[in-house]
Design a protein around this ligand. Structure first.
Ligand SMILES: Nc1ncnc2c1ncn2[C@@H]1O[C@H](COP(=O)(O)OP(=O)(O)O)[C@@H](O)[C@H]1O
Ligand SMILES: [Mg+2]
Length: 378
């Protein structure tokens, strides 16, 4: 068993300190809960939790990894459906019955996955038919089937197909299907699902929400300690404290540090700084993806994060910082909207006393250290 494997975990014994979340998710799957949301910042372990739960329950599943659409500005519906069908196809080879059921859907050329669709609603009809087939198969086998959308906030970029009525229909009628939707941009995921919007197909549906928080300070130290023990390494506490001070307590960054420390058989400051730099590049790319969709306000977003990274935490002080930088006044509503987008994306967090902070120290570091590059490039 190894904590410092940098891939998403698949086995319970490799997943540190998520027993409660795992218990809730497994129960949700066993009860065939219609809609489960797994929420939390990037690298808190959502995919790992999902993998382990699927592994433990042994249920049949189709997981759509929406990160494949991350770099795109929009997703065409044919591209999406083809991707979906490819995943369905992986199941077909495992279960002949699914193959038979799906081949009954005449107008899908299943073998080559050339989707012939015409008209605006056909994609939705087709997805619904596939889900109905899968539901029927699950029903006949007295089981439940999981349809997962991992990092589903990316699906706001879908064009020409609306997934919400498809999910709503399955929610109401297909009792053997469980949707598991994960998202690291929690606010944007909620905006996509529109569960509290009366005009939305999913309005008012109950969801089972599981939120993964970063480890707390002590858990982070213990995680590192336990992880190193698996390799017979025993770094002193003050080193581990420096790791957590610099990288924070998000499991993914700690795992990455552990991975490189073990690989080099060293855990010194040099390794910590190298991992921070590596992490920072990953962070930068993710933040750039956010900016790419919002080119007009890109500079302002970075200035806001810079203000917060430098210690301006209250609404009015951040606004003042931005105004001085730009040499002009900014309307309250526009400024509030900018803040809200950063919060919804998970780059900022509003604390209970109304202040703003950057929840991931790697992002704060990235903005402080590489923020200037962003301005030049945009
Ligand atoms: N509870 C945990 N125990 C051990 N490793 C974890 C845990 N949570 C996350 N990881 C590790 O952190 C990294 C990110 O996890 P992942 O499941 O991909 O997160 P997410 O899907 O939330 O972005 C991976 O390397 C994974 O192995
Ligand atoms: Mg993930």
């Amino acid at each position: 068993m190894t904590y410092f494997d940098i891939r998403p975990k698949t086995r319970r014994e490799d997943l540190y300190n998520r027993d409660e979340e795992l218990r809730v998710l497994i129960r949700g799957i066993r009860e065939c809960n219609p809609l489960i949301l797994v929420l939390g910042l990037r690298r808190t372990g959502k995919t790992s939790l999902l993998n382990v739960a699927l592994n433990e329950t042994g249920v049949t599943s189709i997981i759509i990894d929406c990160r494949v659409f991350e770099e795109k500005n929009s997703i065409g519906y044919k591209e999406f459906i083809n991707y979906f069908l490819r995943e369905v196809n992986k199941l077909r080879t495992r279960h002949r019955m699914i193959q038979q059921i799906i081949e009954r859907i005449g107008w899908v050329e299943v073998a080559g996955f050339k989707v012939k669709l015409r008209g605006p609603r056909l994609g939705e009809v087709m997805l619904t038919q596939i889900l109905e087939s899968l539901n029927q198969w699950a029903y006949e086998n007295n089981t439940c089937i999981v349809i997962g959308f991992d990092e589903a906030q990316e699906l706001v970029k879908l064009r020409g197909i609306n997934l919400l009525p498809v999910i709503a229909h399955a929610y109401d009628y297909l009792k053997n299907i469980t949707f598991i939707i994960t998202g690291s941009q929690v606010g944007f995921l909620h905006r996509f699902l529109k569960i509290s919007n009366p005009q939305s197909p999913l309005y008012g549906r109950a969801t089972l929400d599981i939120t993964l928080k970063p480890f707390n300070y002590e858990q982070a130290l213990l995680y590192l300690e336990e992880g190193f023990k698996q390799y017979n390494m025993h770094p002193p506490r003050n080193v581990l404290k420096e790791v957590v001070d610099k990288l924070g307590s998000i499991p993914g960054w700690l795992t990455m540090y552990g991975y490189y420390a073990v690989k080099n058989r060293k855990y010194n400051k040099n390794i910590i700084d190298r991992v921070l730099e590596k992490a920072s590049r990953i962070m930068l790319r993710e933040y750039m993806n956010f900016l790419k969709l919002r080119p007009l306000a890109a500079k302002r977003y970075t200035s806001i994060l810079k203000a917060v990274a430098e210690g301006f935490n209250e609404w009015s002080r951040i606004k003042r910082y931005l105004e001085i930088l730009e040499g002009k006044r900014i309307s309250d509503s526009i400024f509030t909207q900018l803040l809200r987008n950063l919060v919804d994306a998970g780059f900022l967090e509003k604390t209970s006393d109304g202040a703003y902070r950057i929840p991931d120290p790697v992002l704060a570091y990235t903005i402080r250290r590489h923020g200037h590059k962003l301005e030049v490039r945009l």
